[in-house]
Design a protein around this ligand. Structure first.
Ligand SMILES: Cc1ncc(COP(=O)(O)O)c(C=O)c1O
Ligand SMILES: [Zn+2]
Length: 416
């Protein structure tokens, strides 16, 4: 059942509110993206339930999700991912550094949080077919979760998406359209087809329910810190929906009295896909959401998951940074590739390029002296390195070729 705590939607651009019947995807007045609004006052009275639960998945936070029971949730375990402290990098950067390892979700990316909630809402709304445009992860996640409940699923990806992500899509049994064009082209195509055929469209930014899943990462971070928040959260940004979910999650914890502060949120982008960074540079100082126009770029980064010309949740991303007192960092693709190796070899977590971007961002921010010593910082690691082996191999180095004679290996190891 849809939760009785859900009050409706609020437009992130013009601020107008709508009931669930009045709007479906975007604001009927200004086409801005919608945010789900709850009756936070009433939720305050049930938050002890969350505190007393020892569960470790996104449904632990049910009073802050848009459905009131788990009857229609997919059976896979989503969320409850580890928050790993790195002693080594904490020492190097003179901060307290944690990796939130979201490679450990059913389809190996953060997107399962969004997919699980969006799919449950599709089922609550009695939809029999779902769709999604994706750079790869949102789609493979939605296909995975759909497979777990037998939902018909249609995915539109750019034909150049990494092969592992396409393999996931096909094997999870989705109808896969490999679009001869960019992610932005796939997005537009998915929207037109879904509208025409009345298919529930989960595409990022457009669908207000995805943010409801993404925000659970903030719940878990605060929960793991004993209902305190870190000083900074570093988030890789493409469309800007993850970062907006992180922001919403921390706001909601604050609204219901579970936490007393909201952390500074830092957007990290590749210099070759830096729309949100450029927009934030342009609008320094106070500016109303309605005045902000998101900069369009020609994205070419190797980090395919965050390669976006015009972010579909760009305004929410910009607001997440501005309204928490955070900032944006842009890094090079070389920095991103090096970050894959640095994270993998020092933590045992293997990220795809987009997933490593948050680390490239903290490195740069620390070099520039932007993070005060001893700050507590969380980096989101949003996708597994196994999803893009081609990119990983660019930085992996080569194995040592040896004969079967042990003397040769021993000789090499002795030399060190
Ligand atoms: C691994 C990974 N990291 C980061 C992102 C960026 O998320 P968003 O597009 O919501 O900014 C994505 C989105 O596809 C992703 O798959
Ligand atoms: Zn509006």
């Amino acid at each position: 059942m849809i939760s009785h705590f859900v009050k409706g939607f609020r437009c992130l651009r013009c601020g107008q509110e709508f009931s669930l019947k009045q709007a479906e995807y975007q604001c009927p007045e200004c086409s801005g993206n919608l945010e789900v609004v709850y009756d936070y006052k009433r939720i305050t009275s049930v938050v002890e339930r969350i505190k007393n639960s020892s569960r470790r998945d996104i449904y632990k936070y049910l009073p802050l999700l848009p459905f009131s029971d788990e009857k229609l949730t997919p059976p896979l375990i989503v969320g409850g991912t580890p928050l790993v402290r790195s002693e080594k990098f904490s020492d190097i950067f003179k901060i307290e550094l944690f990796f939130k390892d979201d490679t450990r979700n059913p389809s190996a990316s953060f997107k399962d949080r969004a997919g699980a909630v969006a799919l449950t809402m599709a089922r609550e709304l009695m939809k029999d077919k779902v769709s999604c445009a994706s750079t790869g992860n949102a789609g493979s996640s939605f296909a995975c979760l759909s497979a777990s409940v037998g939902m018909d699923c249609v995915i539109f990806v750019p034909e150049k998406a990494p092969v592992a992500k396409i393999a996931q899509l096909l094997l999870f049994g989705a109808k896969v359209f490999a679009v001869r064009g960019t992610y932005d082209d796939a997005f537009d195509l998915c929207q037109k087809v879904s509208r025409e055929l009345n298919i529930f469209n989960r595409s990022t930014g457009l669908n207000p329910w995805t943010r409801e899943g993404k925000k659970t990462v903030s719940f878990e971070i605060a929960d793991d810190f004993g209902w305190e928040v870190p000083d900074y959260v570093f988030v890789p940004v493409g469309d800007g929906n993850i970062i907006s979910g992180v922001w919403k999650g921390f706001r909601e914890l604050f609204y219901v009295g579970l936490t007393k502060e909201i952390p500074k949120i830092v957007a990290v982008q590749s210099r070759l896909s830096n729309s949100v960074y450029k927009t934030l540079e342009k609008y320094k100082g106070k500016v109303s959401p309605e005045e902000i126009v998101i900069e369009k770029v020609n994205a070419t980064t190797i980090a395919d998951s965050i390669s976006v010309d015009l972010p579909r949740d760009g305004l929410a991303a910009v607001r997440s940074v501005k309204e928490t007192g955070g900032f944006a960092v842009e890094v090079s693709d070389e920095d991103i590739l090096s970050a894959i190796k640095e994270i993998s070899s020092n933590t045992g977590i293997f990220p795809e390029p987009a997933g490593a971007t948050s680390f490239a961002g903290i490195k740069k921010a620390c070099e520039e002296g932007r993070i005060p010593p001893k700050s507590r910082v969380v980096l989101l690691v949003t996708g597994s390195g196994l999803k893009d082996i081609q990119a990983a191999l660019k930085i992996a180095g080569k194995p040592v070729s040896v004969s079967k004679d042990p003397a040769e290996s021993i000789e090499i190891l002795k030399k060190g």
